[in-house]
Write a protein that binds this ligand. Structure first.
Ligand code: ARG
Ligand code: ZN
Length: 939
């Protein structure tokens, strides 16, 4: 528990060092809360919270310890079974804990007891809560965020996930005019006017399912909504679905509601899991630290992941909303009904739920290959980076100072990969058997990753002991392969070996298929090899001739694959053309691009003629006559700078950016007329549909492909003629498109254009028009500030991403190539000055996480400029972080992540980054969150 911390100013005694919590220290609760009732009296500037906890004996010896953040709570009264308690005698408050000795609970007779009633009353001030944890105000509404440890900022409570309790009655009282909508978890059991107090009203909610405090939620506001009903198919329960927002945004809620319905059907079909309450509410709030939150029956969502209409949301926004609505819905079983015993087990619910949302999205998009490419891209660009830096940790961490720092792409995305490996090893049916047993055994309880593994193993009579090492091994393992064809025995030998941070070898599923080396025909279809030893050789007998292996199909394990063939590039070119596995076909093309970009960066040319291979692959992909436009688009996009950076020991972001740009230009120049012809062909195909924005896979794919082509075309801006042509083309698209996807893609190209007056005039006119047309729409203005659409994964080898950007990642990746985007993302030399000016813009604020991310995090992800010589980018970021830490430590520590991987840059860059980290570390006070990140970074 935090010794530091605090509500608004994060005040600390200078001598206290933040405490590190260890997984091995877990002890069950000697006393726990069995049930609870609460009463919220919300008044401007002062909210009182009464709690009545039924305390029951738990396991083992000890006192009752209630968490409560000293800086957030003012204790007004406390009583046990109706008797007022005396501080220093009946209870003790120290730091963020209120302790009631067991002798007090046991009473005179020192007897066992069935239960005691503990009543507390505290006062809190949501209006000044800028941390956005606990009860706070977003715009004109009150809302809560309790995961991971926000409930202790609302009341005294054993604020840990293994205390599952029934929240019997939660009464919320507030002004009826200002806050007509009052929501809580579970079902509404009562509401009405407050007698004797005109103008106030109340609602009482009751949640029959035991839950940990992190799933608690209330909302009070003047909200509009859309609603419908859904009848569950297994048992015909009628559920009222309702999505809320501020009244002016109600027209943008339809997509979220539709996504909820799809999620409910999908979980019934795929896992036989049904919803369990009479209502399912979702509320969109604009000030939110993360993406969304799965509170029981009352999800809270970041507006960026809820609101959508074609004028303001891109295709990727739509896709992302659907996947996050799915994610939070799926938590109802994987997270809420079965939850985590302690926070070290976070991946138990998050890895599993991400896996579930990935599969859901793949089904909804009708293409698991496209989805897989996007997910692996995100994993490699962000998780691999995280795992190679000072924040590296296993998917089940061993210790933390601030749990909020561990909502990471490792816990989420790598955690999902581990679940996917169970699925690969056990098969579809075996995985389902394991899931069924998991729910049968653990419904209603708080469990561990080991319990999940046991359910999978027992349901399949499999020994997964070795597989369990994935939970304790940090870092990205490497799998090397070596091949030999024995002509006389007509046998192909594939030797695999592994290296990782684990002393013992990991259990790694490696999916392999074999292609005929001449015809490209698949001669051995996909087979899952189980690599369990340090080195193992697998034989494929009965072949007719030489073969080429396609290894790690579908990215069957989160590892780096390293080959040993002398002719690697020829093999990649061959696989890029013939592999029957869509994922690996794409992957081979990516390897070719990477190789060429690295050669360009180093100023060397290999003998294998990489350039020719790349041209050939690009041309072949461009010429494909397919309506699988998304796959085609992804085949044309070069790997992100951040994922390529992971393959380098020392990164020069400026040189890497330049090399990638040069390769892009040479491709654009060589195939200019083909690219332009395809672009025009797609444009007329779109015109013929009458400009309507359809959201099916084909329409989305077509826009995606066209925007990738636009970006290639706009990369040519060497001569005045080229600049004129490029800016005219982009401006045309900007003006003629109705939907945000195409407008934004065009703007992203324009914003990096400079030179002649006419070119600059177009750019500025487009920016101005984009801003004006936003008419104050916050989410569009976020886009204006950043050009976020394009960025983070492209440029951010080391920004330590937050949970929200995990979801954002999907959308950036869809636009990998549009890497020169609006303002913060611009590729013009004065970008830092622009960003500094934007900080002074009246619409910029550090208190709104979305706005802050859209400018600051996006800039720090703009590697070539953030890392520009002189270290001014680092200094700028350091100053912003220092300010933000006083307001919102969760946000400041996330931004701090952009400075911690200084070791992988040149000495000079590294030294200036480190200097900024040191300044932050010396800052007093500093939040626990930021302290943890900067001190890891300095180690
Ligand atoms: N459980 C939420 C989700 O995955 C995320 C909560 C993140 N909380 C935090 N403090 N970082 O949907
Ligand atoms: Zn989640």
């Amino acid at each position: 528990m935090a010794l530091r911390g605090g509500s608004d100013a994060v005040a600390v005694a200078e001598t206290t060092t933040p405490r590190e919590i260890f997984r091995s220290d877990y002890r069950p609760l000697p006393y726990r809360v069995g049930s609870v009732s609460m009463n919220f009296d919300i008044r401007d500037g002062k909210t009182t919270v009464e709690s009545e906890l039924t305390i029951v004996p738990g396991v083992g010896e000890g006192d009752l310890v209630l968490d409560g953040e000293a800086d957030a709570l003012t204790l007004l009264s406390i009583s046990l079974d109706g008797k007022t308690m005396i501080e220093g005698v009946d209870y003790f408050v120290e730091g963020d804990a209120l302790t009631i000795p067991s002798r007090v609970l046991l009473g005179n007779e020192n007897d066992d007891f069935a239960s005691r009633k503990l009543r507390t009353m505290v006062e809190i001030v949501p209006e000044t809560n800028t941390q956005l944890s606990g009860l706070y105000k977003s715009g004109k509404m009150y809302c809560t965020q309790c995961e991971a440890m926000g409930f202790r900022r609302i009341t005294y409570y054993p604020d840990r996930p293994d205390n599952m309790a029934v929240f019997e009655r939660v009464r919320i009282e507030a002004d009826a005019d200002l806050y007509p909508v009052l929501l809580g978890n579970g079902n509404k059991v009562e509401c009405g006017k407050v007698e004797g107090d005109e103008g106030r009203h109340y609602a009482t909610w009751s949640d029959p399912y035991p839950k940990p405090s992190y799933l608690f939620c209330i909302v009070a506001g003047n909200l509009g909504s859309v609603s419908s009903t859904y009848t569950t198919r297994p048992s015909g329960r009628e559920v009222r679905l309702e999505v809320y927002s501020e009244p002016e945004n109600v027209s943008k809620l339809g997509h979220a509601l539709a996504s909820l319905r799809k999620s409910m059907m999908w979980d019934e079909d795929e896992f036989g899991l049904e919803y369990d309450l009479d209502v399912y509410n979702i509320v969109a709030v604009s000030d939110f630290n993360m993406g969304a939150m799965e509170n029981k029956g009352l999800n809270v969502f970041n507006t960026a992941l809820t609101l959508a209409d074609p004028r303001s949301a891109t295709d990727s926004d739509y896709e992302r909303i659907e996947s996050v609505v799915g994610h939070e819905y799926f938590h109802n079983w994987t997270g809420n009904r079965v939850t985590c015993r302690d926070w070290f087990q976070l991946t138990l619910k998050e890895g599993l739920t991400v896996y579930r949302d990935q599969e859901f999205s793949g089904d909804m998009m009708n293409s698991h290959a496209v989805k897989r490419i996007e997910d692996v891209n995100a994993l490699r660009a962000r998780q691999f980076a995280e795992d190679a830096g000072p924040m590296s940790h296993p998917i089940r961490p061993e210790s933390y100072i601030s749990m909020d720092n561990f909502y990471t792409s490792t816990v989420y995305s790598k955690g999902a990969e581990v679940i996917r490996m169970y699925r690969t090893l056990l098969g579809k049916d075996g995985f389902r058997r394991g899931m069924d047993l998991y729910f049968e055994r653990h419904d209603g309880s708080a469990v561990t990753c080991d319990d999940f593994l046991s359910a999978m193993a027992d349901a399949n009579r499999a020994d997964l002991t070795q597989f369990g090492l994935w939970y304790s091994t940090s870092g990205t393992p490497t799998v090397k392969y070596f091949t030999k064809y024995d002509e006389s025995a007509k046998t192909f030998h594939l030797t695999l070996s592994q290296e990782s941070n684990s002393d013992k070898p990991l259990h790694i599923p490696v999916a392999v298929g074999l292609l005929d080396k001449v015809s490209g025909r698949e001669v051995v279809p996909t087979k899952v090899l189980e690599l369990k030893e340090k080195e193992q050789t697998f034989d494929f007998p009965g072949l007719d001739g030489e073969v080429l292996p396609s290894i790690l199909r579908g990215f069957s394990a989160p590892v780096k694959l390293v080959g040993s063939s002398a002719d690697e590039e020829k093999d990649w070119a061959f696989l890029a053309a013939y592999d029957s596995d869509g994922y690996n076909r794409w992957e081979s093309g990516q390897k070719l691009y990477t190789s060429l970009i690295f050669q360009t960066m180093r100023g060397v040319q290999s003998e294998s003629n990489t350039m020719e291979h790349v041209y050939e692959a690009f041309q072949r992909t461009l010429a494909l006559d397919t309506d699988d436009y998304s796959i085609q688009a992804y085949g044309l996009i070069m790997p992100s700078e951040s994922s390529m950076a992971e393959e380098l020991d020392v990164v020069d972001p400026v040189a890497l950016h330049k090399a990638r740009g040069d390769v892009k230009k040479s491709i654009a120049r060589k195939f200019h007329s083909e690219i332009r012809a395809k672009y025009d062909e797609l444009t007329s195909a779109m015109k013929s549909t009458g400009g309507e924005i359809k959201l099916d896979a084909t329409s989305i794919g077509r826009r995606r492909l066209r925007n990738v082509l636009l970006d290639y075309l706009c990369s040519l801006k060497e001569t005045p003629e080229e600049r004129e042509a490029a800016s005219e083309l982009a401006m045309n698209q900007f003006q003629s498109s109705f939907g945000m996807t195409d407008r934004y893609a065009a703007l992203s190209c324009l914003v990096s254009m400079g030179g002649e007056e006419s070119v600059v005039a177009r750019r500025d006119a487009a920016l101005q028009k984009f801003y004006n047309d936003a008419e104050g729409d916050a989410l569009v203005i976020d886009k204006w500030f950043s050009g976020k659409e394009a960025v983070l994964n492209v440029f951010c080898p080391d920004a330590y991403f937050d949970h929200l950007t995990y979801f954002f990642a999907l959308r950036y990746l869809n636009h990998l190539e549009m890497c020169t985007a609006v303002q913060a993302m611009s590729d013009l030399p004065d970008v830092l000055d622009k960003v500094k000016a934007l900080v002074e813009h009246p619409e910029f604020t550090l208190t709104n996480p979305n706005r802050c991310r859209s400018l600051i995090s996006v800039f720090s992800g703009n590697a070539a400029h953030f890392h520009a010589d002189g270290g001014e980018g680092y200094k700028f970021l350091g100053e912003i972080i220092a300010k933000s830490d006083k307001l919102n430590p969760q946000l400041s520590s996330r931004m701090g992540g952009a400075l911690i991987r200084w070791k992988r840059y040149s000495e000079e860059r590294g030294a200036s980054m480190k200097a900024e980290l040191q300044k932050l570390a010396d800052m007093k006070p500093i939040s626990n969150d930021l302290f943890e990140v900067v001190s890891r970074g300095l180690k």
